[in-house]
Ligand binder design. Structure first.
Ligand code: GCU
Length: 360
């Protein structure tokens, strides 16, 4: 445990009052503490405003999609809050099957970039793809007056521990899961995996961490603020990200970023919230900005929690090579050769990991 020990991470398996966490019941109590820290200090809390949510199917193709082997459904989800509303489209591609199918709920970059996702292959492997376009929910900038941000912050102002954009995108993933549960019996709502790449990998992790209905999460090159440890990290560090993208996080995160070693958390807190559910962390060997080693070690740091809950994680001393399949169990890690993107190989390895979890 040499490399990990040098990172001096805040402990996962010790309660705030110093009591050791020894059982699954102890973990539930510790998990609540960790959830509150990650929510308040990293991504931010959504103010408790009463919002109405509705979902409608606006288009259905039962005949032509994927040569007739899949159903295409387009939904529109609308959130209404004190007379203001915002809506987003949900693109669902569902392989035809005699039983409800598992699904990836992908927070994506929308439009033409959906073409990068191997949608047909995902369907052939038995998974539905539920895809959103993150900018339809709220803009990717410091404006908190429009889209979902405008509903949540009518005056455009946020407090120290209030939700940033990642938390708003993650909340939209949760509301989309509500709509899928209510409207699409062809999808097994208990087997929906939150997925995303880069800033949206951070988003997928937070969506699944904060909502235990998600079967698991697949983060791709999520890096700083996602699956990469901040302490001892390389590439992007909290000081960089909170300066370049302050809107993504709670304002409090920017304060913590000034002194990483004093932070009351590190990113293993975020991943631990997934335990014992299925979590697949994917890195790319040349993506130094996202710190592949920091992502691997973060998985290793969370492994004792998975083991406490009877699942397998990632051994810090496991031999690691590019595209070596099968590192880990319910918590798995894969490093693809190449640069920062979400490729077909990334999807294939993620599906390999979820296949095993679904078969169990
Ligand atoms: C920037 C940012 C990263 C982020 C990435 C992306 O590089 O620094 O934190 O993951 O954008 O979303 O593509």
């Amino acid at each position: 445990m040499q490399m990990l020990a040098q990172r001096n991470l805040p402990p996962l398996l010790t309660r705030a009052d110093g009591t050791p966490v020894k059982t699954a019941a102890d973990w539930r109590a510790r998990r609540s503490e960790i959830l509150s820290i990650v929510e308040g200090e990293v991504f931010g809390r959504l103010p408790g405003r009463a919002c109405g949510i509705s979902g409608d199917i606006v288009r259905e193709d039962n005949v032509y999609h994927h040569g007739g082997r899949a159903i295409l459904l387009e939904l529109r989800v609308t959130v209404t809050c004190e007379g203001r509303s915002c809506s987003w489209d949900v693109h669902c591609s569902i392989p035809k099957s005699s039983a409800p199918v598992p699904a990836f709920l992908l927070m994506g970059y929308g439009g033409s970039r959906l073409g990068d996702v191997p949608c047909e292959e995902i369907g052939e492997r038995g998974y539905a793809l539920i895809a959103l376009d993150y900018r339809q929910i709220t803009s990717d900038d410091g404006d908190f007056t429009s889209g979902l941000a405008g509903l949540v912050y009518p005056d455009g102002q946020r407090g120290e521990h209030d939700a940033g954009k990642i938390a708003l995108w993650a909340w939209a993933m949760r509301r989309t899961l509500d709509a899928v549960e209510a409207l699409i019996p062809e999808i097994d709502a208990r087997r929906v995996i939150a997925a995303g790449h880069s800033r949206l990998g951070k988003t997928a992790l937070w969506a699944a961490a904060s909502d235990e209905r998600f079967f698991g999460a697949y983060s791709n090159d999520s890096g700083c603020g996602g699956a990469a440890l901040a302490r001892g990290g390389m590439g992007e560090l909290p000081a960089n990200i909170s300066t370049a993208f302050p809107a993504w996080f709670a304002p409090a995160y920017g304060e913590h970023a000034r002194d990483v070693d004093a932070m009351p958390f590190d990113q293993h807190f975020l991943l631990a919230l997934l335990a014992p559910r299925c979590l697949h962390v994917a890195s790319a060997s040349e993506d130094m900005w996202s710190d592949p080693l920091g992502e691997f070690l973060c998985c290793a740091a969370v492994t004792p929690v998975y083991e406490l809950l009877g699942e397998t994680g990632v051994d810090e001393n496991a031999p690691l090579a590019d595209d070596m399949p099968g590192v880990g169990g319910a918590l798995s890690y894969h490093r693809r050769p190449g640069t920062h993107c979400m490729t077909r190989l990334d999807w294939q390895r993620a599906m390999d990991a979820f296949d095993k979890a679904i078969a169990r």
